[in-house]
Design a protein around this ligand. Structure first.
Ligand code: LLP
Length: 419
């Protein structure tokens, strides 16, 4: 459920008519609904609370805007970060350092040291050498790093190949069969407190069975580690549950996910950690755009909008579907291709889709763009970096400015030896 709905024929974000935002901020622009973020945060928490002690760390990569993070911090969420930059954002948003989890397959030594200086709550170790480096850096600083070992359970999440992470051939985690030996070697190091394990098999997981299979393997590993004398107090179950991108998509609900987790983990006796991203912020955002042209095509017309693959990369990268709606739809629909202005054919949002009839100048939105939207934006084709707006009831604020090409150009130099 979200708070984007038509009132008197005009699409609103909560109580704000979208044309009001377009008039003030321009297009393209991301618009987030605070009420939707809060609702999703609470629904997810209630869902996983049935499984017992838990900690939720929002996957900052899905939407790192500091106003969005502040909303979630107020809901008691911590953060799952994958870079020093994301760590700084989570702290700037008011998240407590001990509520922050540092994931990521290629943390540099500088990032590990930065995490230790900030006093973050947990490092998710991806390989033995990283654990050894963390132990060494922590010892040199006179600290102990709290850590878990990420395992790769070799389970197919059944999601798009480019966002699958739990198959043996993926770069993430240590093979689950090697985990007991690696865990034992890391647990013996000074400077490291190995308190558990982590798993994440992929994003946009539309079926609970692979998740359950992965968690069951992790449960067996926990038993094995305890039998070897290790104290296991935390298991991080990652993120991954999907959201409906199409109006009629039926996906597992957070409640069904929570019930599955409770069933699989009931004897574990640990604090469960969760790293949800998309399920919290996906439906809480839209990308608003304006139609520039409706261009006749040989097969069907092209609706050329002012948003492009640099603003919302998901369709170009993963053939992702984002529902398209006119902000003030009239009567009728037509079959069209929806494309952006970037000079390559992959800048296509949809081919042969039946959409609201639109004309040049009309406003439209791509729905479910709150996750992996603005965060993956670029300035390709020397386009501006897309701005972001947060709505709360009848008020709204620009929470990220449009960064103009001139600002980007100002950071570039022509060395004198080129003269
Ligand atoms: N934890 C870890 C270790 C992750 O790698 C991810 C996502 C998450 C949590 C959050 O997953 P979520 O709950 O959002 O599914 N750019 C792609 C998605 C990449 C996901 C990467 N990792 C997309 O636009 O679909």
């Amino acid at each position: 459920m979200d708070h984007f709905a038509y009132r008197n024929g005009v699409l609103h974000a909560e109580d704000v008519p979208l044309p009001v935002i377009a008039a003030e901020v321009g297009t393209p622009v991301y618009v987030y609904s605070k009420a939707t973020l809060v609702r999703h945060a609470r629904v997810f928490r209630e869902a996983v609370a049935v499984a017992g002690r838990h900690h939720i760390a929002f996957a900052v990569k899905s939407n790192p805007n500091i106003a969005v993070l502040r909303v979630l911090a107020r809901e008691g969420y911590g953060a799952d970060v994958v870079s020093g930059g994301e760590l700084d954002r989570a702290l700037a948003a008011g998240m407590a350092a001990e509520d922050i989890v540092f994931s990521g397959v290629g943390k540099t030594e500088a990032e590990l040291a930065h995490g230790l200086e900030c006093g973050i709550g947990q490092f998710n170790i991806e390989l033995e050498a990283e654990g050894a480096a963390l132990a060494r850096i922590a010892s040199a600083m006179g600290k102990t790093a709290t850590a878990v070992l990420r395992v790769n359970p070799d389970v197919d999440a059944g999601t798009h190949a480019k966002i699958s992470t739990g198959k043996a051939e993926n770069k993430f985690g240590v093979p689950i069969g090697d985990a007991p030996a690696i865990f034992a070697r890391l647990a013996a190091l000074d400077g490291l407190n190995m308190r558990g394990v982590a798993v994440h098999i992929g994003s946009m997981v539309a079926d609970l069975d692979p998740l359950a299979a992965a968690f069951e393997r992790v449960g067996e590993l926990v038993t094995e580690l305890r039998a070897a004398g290790h104290t296991i107090t935390h298991v991080d179950l990652g993120g991954g549950i999907g959201v409906p991108y199409r109006p009629h998509d039926r996906l597992p609900t957070p409640a069904q996910y929570g019930e599955m987790v409770a069933r699989v983990t009931k004897d574990w006796g640990v604090t469960l950690m969760f790293e949800p991203g998309r399920v919290i912020c996906g439906n809480a955002g839209i990308l608003m755009t304006r139609v520039i042209w409706v261009k006749p095509g040989v097969v069907r017309p092209f609706v050329v909008v002012d948003a492009a693959m640099n603003d919302l990369a998901r369709p170009a990268l993963y053939e992702a579907y984002h529902h398209f709606q006119a902000v003030e739809p009239g009567e009728g629909t037509f079959d069209a291709n929806i494309v952006g202005p970037v000079c390559e054919s992959t800048d296509t949002f949809a081919m042969g889709r039946t959409i609201d009839l639109v004309e040049p100048g009309d406003l439209a939105v791509f729905r479910t763009a709150g996750a992996y939207g603005a965060t993956m934006a670029s300035t390709y084709n020397s386009r501006a970096l897309v701005p972001e707006v947060l709505v709360d009831g009848d008020r709204y604020a620009v929470v990220a400015d449009r960064i103009l090409p001139a600002t980007i150009m100002a950071a570039e130099r022509v060395p004198d030896w080129l003269d």
